[in-house]
Design a protein around this ligand. Structure first.
Ligand code: XMP
Ligand code: MG
Length: 173
């Protein structure tokens, strides 16, 4: 499997959208204690660019969620890295690369609510609404895309392509 030659979303379009989202989030969350929480590994590139473009002070932490091997249909998710910044009373902004079935994000929200934050909000770079199994509507969405497998800007195929600045579709051969 190889990536397409032409990007689906080019680097300039991504950075323009990141700036717009950061401005919107900064306005909405002004005066709140915000924790930006990228989901490892895919959400890191987006999350860090987003945090850098925000004009309100934020704390940064990470979470790593993994679907149980061979048990995807039950949507059981385990957390191998958890935030260490105290989340009680904070506005926690989960930053994900892509929302597909919604299983990962809904499990993360459930886990974070146990820490009694003020609010848990979800920001995804890409939304594939056609893939949704668990109802989830993120508060902040970068781009809605068709139900294709995509790589780049954090998204991988077998751990490749994450470092690309644009988003590409994956092609046979
Ligand atoms: P769910 O289905 O739980 O999945 O919403 C979200 C996670 O599934 C992976 N995923 C993708 N990864 N290109 C990728 O590189 C894709 O097109 C894609 N669709 C889903 C990803 O790990 C994401 O966090
Ligand atoms: Mg991911």
């Amino acid at each position: 499997m190889k990536r397409s030659n032409e990007p689906l979303i080019d680097a300039a379009a991504i950075q323009q959208r990141v700036a717009a989202l950061a401005a919107e989030i900064s306005t909405d969350f002004a005066g709140q204690d915000v924790v930006v929480l990228p989901v490892l590994k895919g959400g890191v590139f987006f999350g860090v660019d987003l945090a850098r473009a925000m004009t309100v002070p934020v704390q940064l932490d990470f979470i790593r969620a993994r679907s149980y091997e061979g048990d995807r249909s039950t949507g059981r998710v385990e957390f191998s890295i958890e935030p260490t910044v105290p989340l009680r009373g904070k506005t926690v902004l989960i930053v994900e690369d892509i929302l597909d079935t919604g299983r990962t994000a809904s499990a993360i929200v459930e886990r974070l609510l146990e820490s009694e934050p003020e609010a848990v909000e979800l920001c995804v770079l890409l939304d594939k609404p056609a893939g949704r199994v668990v109802p989830m509507s993120p508060r902040f969405v970068g781009f809605e895309i068709e139900n294709n497998f995509v790589v780049g800007y954090g998204l991988d195929y077998n751990e490749q392509y994450r470092q690309l600045s644009a988003i590409y579709t994956l092609e046979e051969r």
